[in-house]
Write a protein that binds this ligand. Structure first.
Ligand code: PBG
Length: 340
Protein backbone atom coordinates (compact mmCIF):
# COMPACT_ATOMS: atom_id res chain seq x y z
CA UNK A 1 0.00 0.00 0.00
CA UNK A 2 1.43 3.33 -0.94
CA UNK A 3 1.40 6.27 1.40
CA UNK A 4 -1.11 7.92 -0.92
CA UNK A 5 -3.73 5.16 -0.64
CA UNK A 6 -6.73 6.39 1.35
CA UNK A 7 -7.08 4.33 4.49
CA UNK A 8 -10.46 5.66 5.47
CA UNK A 9 -11.54 8.85 7.01
CA UNK A 10 -12.54 10.15 10.37
CA UNK A 11 -14.23 8.91 12.48
CA UNK A 12 -13.31 5.38 11.32
CA UNK A 13 -9.69 6.38 11.19
CA UNK A 14 -8.28 8.03 14.25
CA UNK A 15 -4.54 8.60 14.01
CA UNK A 16 -4.33 9.23 17.72
CA UNK A 17 -5.29 5.61 18.58
CA UNK A 18 -1.78 4.38 17.86
CA UNK A 19 -0.26 7.19 19.88
CA UNK A 20 -2.39 6.55 22.96
CA UNK A 21 -0.11 4.22 24.88
CA UNK A 22 3.62 3.90 25.21
CA UNK A 23 3.55 0.28 24.03
CA UNK A 24 1.77 1.09 20.74
CA UNK A 25 4.05 4.06 20.23
CA UNK A 26 7.01 1.72 20.66
CA UNK A 27 5.55 -0.89 18.28
CA UNK A 28 4.84 1.74 15.65
CA UNK A 29 8.15 3.56 15.82
CA UNK A 30 9.60 3.72 12.30
CA UNK A 31 13.14 4.60 13.37
CA UNK A 32 15.32 3.96 16.37
CA UNK A 33 18.56 5.40 17.59
CA UNK A 34 21.03 2.91 19.05
CA UNK A 35 24.59 3.01 20.33
CA UNK A 36 25.63 1.37 17.04
CA UNK A 37 24.73 4.60 15.23
CA UNK A 38 27.29 6.75 17.02
CA UNK A 39 30.81 7.93 16.23
CA UNK A 40 32.44 10.11 18.89
CA UNK A 41 34.83 12.90 17.77
CA UNK A 42 37.72 13.42 20.18
CA UNK A 43 40.22 16.28 20.43
CA UNK A 44 43.76 15.48 21.46
CA UNK A 45 46.48 17.89 22.57
CA UNK A 46 50.15 17.84 23.48
CA UNK A 47 51.40 17.88 27.05
CA UNK A 48 50.59 15.64 29.94
CA UNK A 49 48.08 15.49 32.75
CA UNK A 50 45.82 18.01 31.12
CA UNK A 51 42.21 18.10 30.09
CA UNK A 52 41.24 21.49 28.74
CA UNK A 53 37.77 22.75 27.99
CA UNK A 54 36.69 23.98 24.59
CA UNK A 55 34.99 27.22 25.59
CA UNK A 56 32.46 27.27 22.78
CA UNK A 57 31.54 23.60 23.25
CA UNK A 58 30.39 23.10 26.86
CA UNK A 59 31.21 19.56 27.99
CA UNK A 60 33.77 18.94 25.23
CA UNK A 61 37.46 18.70 26.15
CA UNK A 62 40.89 18.23 24.63
CA UNK A 63 42.91 15.50 26.30
CA UNK A 64 46.61 14.79 26.51
CA UNK A 65 47.82 11.36 25.41
CA UNK A 66 48.40 10.07 28.94
CA UNK A 67 44.71 10.62 29.58
CA UNK A 68 43.46 9.44 26.21
CA UNK A 69 42.95 5.78 27.04
CA UNK A 70 40.91 6.67 30.13
CA UNK A 71 38.83 9.10 28.10
CA UNK A 72 38.18 6.64 25.29
CA UNK A 73 37.54 3.78 27.69
CA UNK A 74 34.19 5.41 28.46
CA UNK A 75 33.13 5.00 24.84
CA UNK A 76 34.53 1.49 24.51
CA UNK A 77 32.73 0.38 27.68
CA UNK A 78 29.42 1.59 26.25
CA UNK A 79 30.02 -0.19 22.96
CA UNK A 80 30.31 2.89 20.77
CA UNK A 81 31.61 1.40 17.48
CA UNK A 82 34.11 4.09 16.53
CA UNK A 83 35.75 7.36 17.50
CA UNK A 84 37.15 10.11 15.28
CA UNK A 85 40.44 11.75 16.23
CA UNK A 86 41.25 15.45 15.81
CA UNK A 87 44.62 16.84 16.86
CA UNK A 88 45.35 20.32 18.18
CA UNK A 89 48.77 20.93 16.68
CA UNK A 90 51.08 23.32 18.59
CA UNK A 91 51.49 26.54 16.55
CA UNK A 92 55.27 26.10 16.33
CA UNK A 93 54.78 22.88 14.35
CA UNK A 94 52.54 24.50 11.74
CA UNK A 95 53.86 25.68 8.39
CA UNK A 96 52.50 26.66 5.00
CA UNK A 97 52.79 23.13 3.61
CA UNK A 98 51.30 21.28 6.60
CA UNK A 99 54.48 19.21 6.89
CA UNK A 100 53.62 17.93 10.35
CA UNK A 101 50.73 15.94 8.83
CA UNK A 102 53.35 13.62 7.31
CA UNK A 103 55.31 13.04 10.51
CA UNK A 104 54.84 9.42 11.67
CA UNK A 105 55.35 10.69 15.22
CA UNK A 106 52.77 13.47 15.05
CA UNK A 107 50.09 13.72 17.73
CA UNK A 108 47.48 11.99 15.61
CA UNK A 109 49.70 8.98 14.83
CA UNK A 110 50.81 8.59 18.43
CA UNK A 111 47.17 8.73 19.53
CA UNK A 112 46.18 6.14 16.91
CA UNK A 113 48.94 3.72 17.89
CA UNK A 114 48.07 4.03 21.55
CA UNK A 115 44.35 3.49 20.99
CA UNK A 116 44.82 0.57 18.60
CA UNK A 117 46.93 -1.13 21.23
CA UNK A 118 44.49 -0.44 24.09
CA UNK A 119 41.23 -0.97 22.19
CA UNK A 120 41.82 -3.25 19.22
CA UNK A 121 38.06 -3.66 18.67
CA UNK A 122 37.30 0.06 18.51
CA UNK A 123 37.10 1.67 15.06
CA UNK A 124 39.42 4.65 14.55
CA UNK A 125 38.42 7.35 12.10
CA UNK A 126 41.12 9.77 10.94
CA UNK A 127 40.29 13.11 9.37
CA UNK A 128 42.45 13.80 6.34
CA UNK A 129 42.92 17.49 5.53
CA UNK A 130 45.81 19.83 6.22
CA UNK A 131 44.04 22.51 8.27
CA UNK A 132 45.19 21.32 11.70
CA UNK A 133 48.78 21.57 10.40
CA UNK A 134 48.92 24.66 8.17
CA UNK A 135 49.73 28.12 9.48
CA UNK A 136 47.12 29.59 7.10
CA UNK A 137 44.37 27.22 8.27
CA UNK A 138 43.45 25.90 4.83
CA UNK A 139 42.87 22.22 4.05
CA UNK A 140 45.46 22.11 1.28
CA UNK A 141 48.58 23.88 0.08
CA UNK A 142 48.42 27.39 -1.32
CA UNK A 143 50.03 28.39 -4.58
CA UNK A 144 50.08 31.83 -6.09
CA UNK A 145 48.28 32.14 -9.38
CA UNK A 146 47.79 35.14 -11.61
CA UNK A 147 44.45 35.66 -9.88
CA UNK A 148 46.01 35.54 -6.40
CA UNK A 149 46.40 32.86 -3.71
CA UNK A 150 44.67 29.61 -4.44
CA UNK A 151 44.37 26.29 -2.63
CA UNK A 152 46.02 24.14 -5.28
CA UNK A 153 43.99 21.02 -5.99
CA UNK A 154 46.45 18.54 -7.42
CA UNK A 155 49.40 19.49 -5.25
CA UNK A 156 47.17 19.27 -2.20
CA UNK A 157 45.95 15.82 -3.24
CA UNK A 158 49.53 14.58 -3.45
CA UNK A 159 50.13 15.62 0.17
CA UNK A 160 46.77 14.27 1.36
CA UNK A 161 47.62 10.82 -0.03
CA UNK A 162 50.80 10.78 2.03
CA UNK A 163 48.88 12.02 5.09
CA UNK A 164 46.33 9.23 4.65
CA UNK A 165 49.00 6.53 4.35
CA UNK A 166 50.80 7.96 7.38
CA UNK A 167 47.62 7.72 9.45
CA UNK A 168 46.66 4.26 8.22
CA UNK A 169 50.13 2.95 9.02
CA UNK A 170 49.69 4.23 12.56
CA UNK A 171 46.47 2.26 12.94
CA UNK A 172 43.67 4.46 11.64
CA UNK A 173 40.99 2.12 10.24
CA UNK A 174 38.87 4.64 8.38
CA UNK A 175 40.39 7.46 6.38
CA UNK A 176 37.95 10.37 6.26
CA UNK A 177 39.06 12.98 3.72
CA UNK A 178 37.41 16.25 4.74
CA UNK A 179 39.32 18.51 2.37
CA UNK A 180 36.98 18.58 -0.68
CA UNK A 181 39.79 18.52 -3.25
CA UNK A 182 38.78 16.93 -6.55
CA UNK A 183 40.06 13.43 -7.17
CA UNK A 184 41.39 12.83 -3.69
CA UNK A 185 39.42 9.68 -3.00
CA UNK A 186 40.83 7.82 -6.02
CA UNK A 187 44.33 9.04 -5.24
CA UNK A 188 44.07 8.04 -1.57
CA UNK A 189 42.66 4.61 -2.50
CA UNK A 190 45.57 4.03 -4.88
CA UNK A 191 48.07 5.23 -2.28
CA UNK A 192 46.65 2.99 0.43
CA UNK A 193 46.58 -0.03 -1.88
CA UNK A 194 50.12 0.60 -2.99
CA UNK A 195 51.18 0.60 0.66
CA UNK A 196 49.40 -2.74 1.13
CA UNK A 197 46.64 -1.13 3.18
CA UNK A 198 43.83 -2.69 1.16
CA UNK A 199 41.43 -3.00 4.09
CA UNK A 200 41.70 0.59 5.25
CA UNK A 201 38.26 2.04 4.61
CA UNK A 202 37.47 5.44 3.15
CA UNK A 203 34.60 7.48 4.53
CA UNK A 204 34.60 10.53 2.33
CA UNK A 205 33.20 13.81 3.40
CA UNK A 206 31.50 13.74 0.00
CA UNK A 207 29.13 16.64 0.49
CA UNK A 208 30.84 19.07 2.78
CA UNK A 209 29.50 22.59 2.77
CA UNK A 210 31.26 25.91 3.34
CA UNK A 211 29.38 26.36 6.59
CA UNK A 212 29.18 28.86 9.41
CA UNK A 213 28.71 25.94 11.81
CA UNK A 214 32.37 24.89 12.03
CA UNK A 215 33.44 27.85 14.17
CA UNK A 216 33.72 26.09 17.54
CA UNK A 217 35.68 23.20 15.97
CA UNK A 218 38.24 25.66 14.63
CA UNK A 219 38.60 26.99 18.19
CA UNK A 220 39.00 23.44 19.46
CA UNK A 221 41.88 22.58 17.13
CA UNK A 222 43.27 26.11 17.06
CA UNK A 223 42.86 26.68 13.31
CA UNK A 224 40.23 29.41 13.54
CA UNK A 225 42.28 32.51 14.24
CA UNK A 226 44.82 31.42 11.68
CA UNK A 227 42.37 30.94 8.82
CA UNK A 228 43.01 33.32 5.97
CA UNK A 229 39.87 34.02 3.96
CA UNK A 230 37.26 31.29 3.69
CA UNK A 231 36.91 27.82 2.21
CA UNK A 232 34.35 28.61 -0.47
CA UNK A 233 36.60 27.65 -3.38
CA UNK A 234 36.60 24.02 -2.27
CA UNK A 235 33.72 23.38 0.14
CA UNK A 236 30.21 23.36 -1.31
CA UNK A 237 27.76 26.23 -1.61
CA UNK A 238 24.91 25.80 0.92
CA UNK A 239 22.49 26.69 -1.89
CA UNK A 240 23.16 23.43 -3.73
CA UNK A 241 21.72 19.96 -3.55
CA UNK A 242 22.01 18.38 -7.04
CA UNK A 243 25.71 19.15 -6.80
CA UNK A 244 25.91 17.03 -3.63
CA UNK A 245 24.64 14.04 -5.60
CA UNK A 246 27.37 14.56 -8.19
CA UNK A 247 29.99 14.78 -5.46
CA UNK A 248 28.73 11.54 -3.91
CA UNK A 249 28.60 9.76 -7.29
CA UNK A 250 32.19 10.77 -7.99
CA UNK A 251 33.48 9.71 -4.57
CA UNK A 252 31.76 6.33 -4.90
CA UNK A 253 33.19 5.86 -8.38
CA UNK A 254 36.61 6.70 -6.97
CA UNK A 255 36.29 4.02 -4.30
CA UNK A 256 34.68 5.55 -1.20
CA UNK A 257 33.28 2.82 1.07
CA UNK A 258 31.04 5.21 3.00
CA UNK A 259 29.99 8.78 2.39
CA UNK A 260 29.28 11.65 4.70
CA UNK A 261 27.15 14.76 4.61
CA UNK A 262 28.30 17.71 6.68
CA UNK A 263 26.98 19.70 8.55
CA UNK A 264 24.02 17.69 9.77
CA UNK A 265 20.79 19.31 10.89
CA UNK A 266 20.60 22.03 8.21
CA UNK A 267 21.32 19.37 5.54
CA UNK A 268 18.95 16.51 6.37
CA UNK A 269 17.45 16.87 2.90
CA UNK A 270 20.84 16.03 1.40
CA UNK A 271 21.14 12.89 3.51
CA UNK A 272 17.72 11.75 2.33
CA UNK A 273 18.53 12.38 -1.33
CA UNK A 274 21.90 10.63 -1.08
CA UNK A 275 20.39 7.62 0.65
CA UNK A 276 17.50 7.34 -1.79
CA UNK A 277 19.70 7.72 -4.84
CA UNK A 278 22.69 5.56 -3.92
CA UNK A 279 21.64 3.27 -1.07
CA UNK A 280 25.17 3.25 0.33
CA UNK A 281 26.37 3.63 3.92
CA UNK A 282 25.67 7.30 4.57
CA UNK A 283 26.80 9.25 7.60
CA UNK A 284 26.05 12.67 8.97
CA UNK A 285 28.30 14.97 10.94
CA UNK A 286 26.41 16.92 13.56
CA UNK A 287 29.11 19.56 13.70
CA UNK A 288 30.53 21.72 16.45
CA UNK A 289 28.20 24.67 15.80
CA UNK A 290 25.15 22.45 16.03
CA UNK A 291 26.39 21.06 19.33
CA UNK A 292 27.18 24.58 20.57
CA UNK A 293 23.76 25.83 19.57
CA UNK A 294 21.89 23.11 21.45
CA UNK A 295 24.17 23.36 24.49
CA UNK A 296 23.84 27.14 24.64
CA UNK A 297 20.07 26.80 24.82
CA UNK A 298 20.39 24.01 27.38
CA UNK A 299 22.72 26.12 29.53
CA UNK A 300 20.19 28.92 29.45
CA UNK A 301 17.40 26.61 30.52
CA UNK A 302 15.66 27.07 27.17
CA UNK A 303 15.83 23.45 26.02
CA UNK A 304 15.75 20.13 27.83
CA UNK A 305 19.17 18.59 27.39
CA UNK A 306 18.35 14.91 26.98
CA UNK A 307 15.24 15.33 24.91
CA UNK A 308 16.73 17.90 22.55
CA UNK A 309 19.87 15.81 22.10
CA UNK A 310 18.08 12.53 21.36
CA UNK A 311 15.51 14.18 19.09
CA UNK A 312 18.25 15.85 17.08
CA UNK A 313 20.01 12.49 16.66
CA UNK A 314 16.85 10.58 15.78
CA UNK A 315 16.27 13.11 13.00
CA UNK A 316 19.40 11.80 11.27
CA UNK A 317 18.05 8.25 11.34
CA UNK A 318 14.72 9.41 9.95
CA UNK A 319 16.56 11.23 7.16
CA UNK A 320 18.25 7.95 6.21
CA UNK A 321 21.64 8.17 7.89
CA UNK A 322 23.35 4.95 8.96
CA UNK A 323 25.14 6.78 11.70
CA UNK A 324 26.13 10.14 13.11
CA UNK A 325 29.40 11.72 14.13
CA UNK A 326 28.33 13.70 17.14
CA UNK A 327 29.88 15.34 20.19
CA UNK A 328 26.84 14.00 22.06
CA UNK A 329 27.86 10.39 21.36
CA UNK A 330 28.99 9.55 24.89
CA UNK A 331 26.02 11.11 26.67
CA UNK A 332 23.59 9.66 24.15
CA UNK A 333 25.11 6.19 24.51
CA UNK A 334 24.83 6.42 28.29
CA UNK A 335 21.16 7.29 28.06
CA UNK A 336 20.42 4.65 25.45
CA UNK A 337 22.14 1.96 27.53
CA UNK A 338 20.28 3.03 30.67
CA UNK A 339 16.97 2.64 28.86
CA UNK A 340 17.50 -0.75 27.31
C1 PBG B 1 38.82 19.86 8.67
C2 PBG B 1 37.54 19.70 9.40
C3 PBG B 1 36.64 20.67 9.86
C4 PBG B 1 35.67 19.98 10.57
C5 PBG B 1 35.96 18.62 10.49
N1 PBG B 1 37.11 18.46 9.75
C6 PBG B 1 36.70 22.15 9.79
C7 PBG B 1 36.68 22.83 8.51
O1 PBG B 1 36.43 22.26 7.45
O2 PBG B 1 36.94 24.04 8.55
C8 PBG B 1 34.51 20.61 11.31
C9 PBG B 1 33.87 19.75 12.34
C10 PBG B 1 32.97 20.47 13.27
O3 PBG B 1 32.67 21.66 13.11
O4 PBG B 1 32.55 19.84 14.25
N2 PBG B 1 38.80 20.04 7.34
Amino acid sequence: MSIGTPTGAFPGTRMRRNRRDAWTRRLNAENTLTVDDLIWPIFVREGSGQTTDVASMPGVVRVTLDRLAGHVEQAAALGIPAIALFPMTPPELKDAEGTEALNPQNLMCRAARLLKREFPELGLVGDVALDPYTDHGHDGVIRETRAGDYVHNDESVAVLVRQAVNQAEAGIDVIAPSDMMDGRVAAIRAGLDEAGLIDTRIMSYAAKYASAFYGPFRDAVGSGKALRGDKKTYQMDPANSDEALREVALDLAEGADMVMVKPGMPYLDIIRRVKDRFGVPTFAYQVSGEYAMIMAAVRNGWLEHERAMLESLLGFKRAGANGVLTYFALEAARLLRARS
